[in-house]
Design a protein around this ligand. Structure first.
Ligand SMILES: Cc1cc2nc3c(=O)[nH]c(=O)nc-3n(C[C@H](O)[C@H](O)[C@H](O)COP(=O)(O)O)c2cc1C
Ligand code: SF4
Ligand code: SF4
Length: 321
């Protein structure tokens, strides 16, 4: 548990973040340059994904662009060489909504990209359940690429069953299960249509302007929400007796907070993304939220006999997830 001094320090930092990082007023995202590539031959579809929703969406968009004649590189951002971004005629970036925002690690990576002056780009986010600030989050994602000189040609949001493990672990399974049929064929058709739409816009040289909504969640997104969640998380450790040393949690953790040799999690560095607990195949990541054991996404799917249906393009062995 945090002692009083750490608590006050973190509280002040959260308030500082709250007062400086966000604005309640609507913001417009628009191109800062003319579009230079209107006959795209290549595309990069890049995503951040912890539990597969944003990856599946990215892969379907990539497959659709590929069928329309583009040579597409589809990749998790962690496997993509940022220096190669300039080689693509069209860029698509996708992210989950975490704590009402684009996750900080993906933001940092996007900020580190070289300039993409005049290149068309599209962004999408995947969100859970009824959602939470998904429109503004996809605008934030677009803004990061517009800041690099890219020209926006599309934004879109796609709903899923939430992967916020704390909700079901705390006894609210039903709230999550309400969306167990997502994504469905209608959602997959929307993804295919989105890929077609952005390509049409590029070919017509038609950039778009995007307006953020006025939403109080802009004030509590990211740091304050992560901080508030972490206040109720305790006993976040690795259970050495269950761990099979598969390394999945190390790969998933965006802040290198896990030490498998010591079975230790650096809870100060942790950003509560739940990637470790959601993906551990052995149930060896221990975490409590308000005294209740948090269990992961794949365990939740199994307990409820659920399988996420894939779109037909991703069902063959070569394209399967
Ligand atoms: C740590 C965490 C925070 C989340 N925060 C939000 C949120 O603020 N708003 C929302 O609509 N969904 C939220 N979700 C749900 C995810 O956005 C949604 O399940 C998403 O599709 C996961 O994508 P992925 O499988 O590609 O990681 C959250 C999920 C997690 C694990
Ligand atoms: S994901 Fe689980 S089993 Fe694999 S190394 Fe991490 S704690 Fe151990
Ligand atoms: S240790 Fe924290 S930041 Fe790292 S994967 Fe686990 S929940 Fe995410």
């Amino acid at each position: 548990m945090d002692n009083r001094r750490t608590f006050l320090k973190k509280g002040s930092l959260a308030l500082l973040a709250l007062s400086t990082s966000s604005s309640l007023f609507p913001v417009r995202v628009c191109a800062k340059t003319e579009m230079t590539a209107t006959d795209p031959k290549t595309a990069a579809v890049i995503w951040y994904s912890q539990t597969g929703n944003s990856e599946r969406t990215g892969r379907l968009i990539a497959e659709t662009l590929n069928k329309k004649g583009l040579n597409v590189n589809a990749s998790d951002y962690r496997d993509f060489d940022p220096k190669a971004i300039g080689a693509y005629d069209l860029i698509v970036a996708g992210s989950p909504v975490y704590y009402y925002d684009v996750p900080e690690n993906f933001k940092l990576w996007l900020k580190s990209l070289p300039a993409i002056t005049g290149k068309p780009f599209a962004s999408y986010v995947t969100f859970g359940g009824t959602g939470g600030n998904q429109h503004n989050t996809v605008c934030t994602l677009a803004d990061l690429l517009a800041e690099k000189g890219g020209v926006p040609v599309g934004i879109e949001t796609f709903g899923n069953m939430s992967t916020f493990a704390i909700t079901w672990s705390y006894g609210n399974e039903e709230r999550v299960l309400e969306y167990k049929d997502l994504p469905n064929e209608i959602a997959y058709d929307r993804m295919r249509a989105y890929a077609g739409l952005i390509l049409d816009r590029v070919r017509q040289g038609q950039g778009i302007e995007i307006d953020k909504d006025c939403d109080f969640r802009e004030l509590i997104k990211s740091s304050p929400s992560i901080w508030a969640t972490k206040l109720f998380i305790s006993d976040h450790t690795i259970d050495g007796s269950k761990c099979i040393k598969c390394g999945t949690c190390l790969k998933k953790c965006p802040v290198d907070a896990i030490d498998l040799e010591k079975n230790h999690v650096d809870t100060d560095a942790c950003i509560a993304c739940l990637g470790c607990v959601n993906n551990c195949p052995a149930g060896a990541v221990h975490m409590e939220f308000m005294g209740k054991e948090v269990y992961g996404y794949y365990d939740f799917l199994e307990r409820n006999k659920l399988q996420i249906p894939l779109p037909e393009e991703l069902r063959n062995p070569a394209g399967s997830l």
